[in-house]
Design a binder for this molecule. Structure first.
Ligand SMILES: Nc1ncnc2c1ncn2[C@@H]1O[C@H](COP(=O)(O)OP(=O)(O)OP(=O)(O)O)[C@@H](O)[C@H]1O
Ligand SMILES: [Mg+2]
Length: 263
């Protein structure tokens, strides 16, 4: 028997209303993501990727359908359960979203302060996590004194501070040069292996998917038009979006940076 999906979306719809006009952005999403997977979601701009991830984090409330994480249906959580749930989900953003007035240490400590951890616990956890993402030597630096890749590592450290079960990454590597991008992706793979974390990677880049993900879905105009293993979809893309992405990806290939991992 297959293991139960860790993250399960069933018939998820999301509508926005602007001046009483309805915009349907997610149009019946069905998706299962297994615990410990690195799952990629690819799609053109405006397809609904960020909206989908914001619904999983319950920053947005879905209009209908269900989202389950393990045995919890997230739209039925009480306020208190929701705040605990959010601690179990780390999110990393394209533009890092670090607090400029805090050092790297202060940024990573922030979610732990919100979770009311003791000073000693915060000290220990932040040091441990900065070691893991390999920027322990930058702990007293402010974001303005870091490179893009180092800021991204600080963002990942902050997302991991509360020992989340799930890490959501919304275009987290697209602002980086190809080499830093690969090193951050390798870090995510390493974290996935070491901590058994489930990772959802939202991206425009098939190179990102190919390098880091096991399974993927293609989102087109609020609908999942294709899902399966990365290998399957690369070898035999069925949707127009996947075909176009693979064509662009082949034309602009940066696969020379990917050692031994080309499918
Ligand atoms: N709060 C909102 N109110 C109204 N419409 C919204 C809101 N958030 C997103 N949308 C609309 O939903 C659609 C999908 O947006 P979303 O940000 O999810 O796309 P995306 O796939 O992440 O795009 P990108 O690749 O450019 O980041 C867009 O047409 C956008 O205008
Ligand atoms: Mg987006």
């Amino acid at each position: 028997m297959l293991p139960p999906s860790f993250i399960e979306l069933k018939d998820v719809y999301k509508k926005f209303y602007i001046y009483n006009k309805e915009f349907e952005v997610l149009k019946g999403i069905n998706l299962e993501i297994q615990k410990g997977d690195i799952f990629g979601i690819v799609g053109f701009s405006g397809a609904g990727k960020s909206t989908l991830i914001r619904c999983i984090n319950r920053l947005e409330i879905i209009s209908s359908g269900t989202i389950r994480i393990g045995k919890y249906e997230i739209n039925k959580l009480s306020k208190k359960e929701l705040s605990l749930y959010r601690q179990k989900i780390g999110i990393i953003f394209q533009h890092f979203n670090l607090l400029d007035s805090r050092t790297v240490f202060g940024n990573v400590a922030f979610p732990l302060e919100v979770a009311k951890k003791s000073k000693k616990e915060i000290q220990e956890r932040v040091s441990e996590i900065l070691e893991l993402v390999d920027i322990a030597d930058k702990k007293d630096f402010y974001p303005g004194q870091l490179s893009g890749g180092q800021k991204q590592r600080a963002g990942i450290a902050r997302a991991l501070a509360n020992n989340p079960d799930i890490l959501l990454s919304d275009e987290a590597t697209s602002a980086l040069d190809p080499v830093s991008q690969l090193s951050v992706l390798d870090l995510l793979k390493d974290i996935n292996k070491k901590l058994g974390l489930t990772i959802i990677l939202i991206t425009h880049s098939l190179d990102v998917i190919r390098h880091a993900c096991n399974n993927m879905a293609v989102l087109e105009n609020g609908i999942i038009v294709e899902k399966g293993s990365v290998k399957e979809i690369f070898v035999n893309p069925k949707s127009d979006t996947a075909k176009v992405f693979i064509k662009i990806n082949t034309d602009l290939s940066i696969s020379k940076y990917v050692e031994g991992d080309v499918i």
